[in-house]
Design a protein around this ligand. Structure first.
Ligand code: CAA
Length: 259
């Protein structure tokens, strides 16, 4: 997969694909082409039988410093409506396989929103999260007011969105925004380690479980419980369920095959 603004390694580790945002001079500012490339790569990796988990990263200095302000500066509301600027973000949400963000440095605006759209976030000690759009006369537009609020609660989300204040990786961990913080030298290794743990499970159960957790953010409790129950029953259609349960009974490690 050859792209201009991202680097894609489908077999970075067994069953793990790595997608690296690659506009280092612009702190990985997310221009339209980069987002289209990301959408296309995620779709291919989601369809690739060999891939069970996807890790998205940037570099030590920046995961992504937001949507590309220079590209947006002269746009009108109608331009944005026609381009549907944030439609590409939907593909990340639609990805069936687990997606882990490995974040170091700036994760701001659209960069923070991109990380929050992933299923889990592993951060380096230098990571900074923020929704600073208010400082340039706009507001978050790719999920920042919704996902951040659901993750950290109203008080902190409101403060971040209204003042543009950044929070450190340690604060983000305490607030429940991210999964773990590790030294800068090992944040990618740590994300791959987490991806490895995920890859060891049944891919079918993983997909159904991911869908169900995401449903908790989109529906009321009754509907969510009903959805969960159906997905639970569905896992019993897989050979992996038989393998997982036999392995438990036979006191051995299961070998999940994804069917
Ligand atoms: N868009 C375009 N270019 C950007 C950018 C962005 N979001 N963020 C950084 N850059 C560019 C800078 O313009 C600069 O380019 P030049 O060398 O050509 O001038 C280069 O990246 C390096 O940036 P700085 O010199 O500013 O680096 P710094 O270390 O002094 O500051 C920073 C780093 C605090 C992240 C600062 O760059 C910054 O505030 N960036 C903008 C953050 C922001 O407002 N993000 C939200 C964007 S809007 C959005 O995302 C909407 C949405 O909801 C999706």
């Amino acid at each position: 997969m050859n792209f201009e603004f991202i680097l894609v390694t489908p077999n970075f580790a067994p069953h793990i694909a790595l997608v690296q945002l690659n506009r280092p001079k612009e702190l990985n500012a997310l221009n339209l082409q980069l987002m289209l490339e990301l959408k296309s790569a995620l779709k291919s990796l989601d369809e690739d039988e060999m891939v069970r988990c996807i890790v998205i990263t940037g570099n030590q200095q920046a995961f992504a410093a937001g949507a590309d302000i220079k590209q947006m500066e002269s746009k009108t509301a109608i331009d944005l409506l026609k381009i549907d600027q944030f439609e590409t973000w939907d593909q990340i949400r639609k990805t069936k396989k687990p997606v882990i963000a490995a974040v170091s440095g700036f994760a701001l605006g659209g960069g923070c929103e991109l990380a929050m759209t992933c299923d889990m976030i592993v951060a380096s000690e230098s990571a900074k999260f923020g929704q600073p759009e208010i400082k340039i006369g706009i507001m978050p537009g790719a999920g920042g007011t919704q996902r951040l609020t659901r993750a950290v609660g109203k008080a902190l989300a409101m403060e971040m969105v209204l003042t543009g204040k950044f929070i450190s990786a340690a604060e983000a961990l305490k607030a429940g925004l991210i999964n773990r913080v590790v030294p800068e030298e090992i944040y990618l290794d740590e994300a791959i380690k987490l991806a490895n743990e995920v890859c060891a499970m049944s891919p079918i159960a993983t997909q159904l479980a991911k869908e169900s957790v995401n449903k908790a953010f989109e529906t009321g409790l009754q509907e969510g419980l009903f959805f969960e129950r159906k997905n639970f029953y569905m896992t019993f259609a897989s050979e992996d369920q038989k393998e997982g349960m036999s392995a438990f009974v036979e006191k051995r490690k299961p070998a999940f095959k994804g069917h």
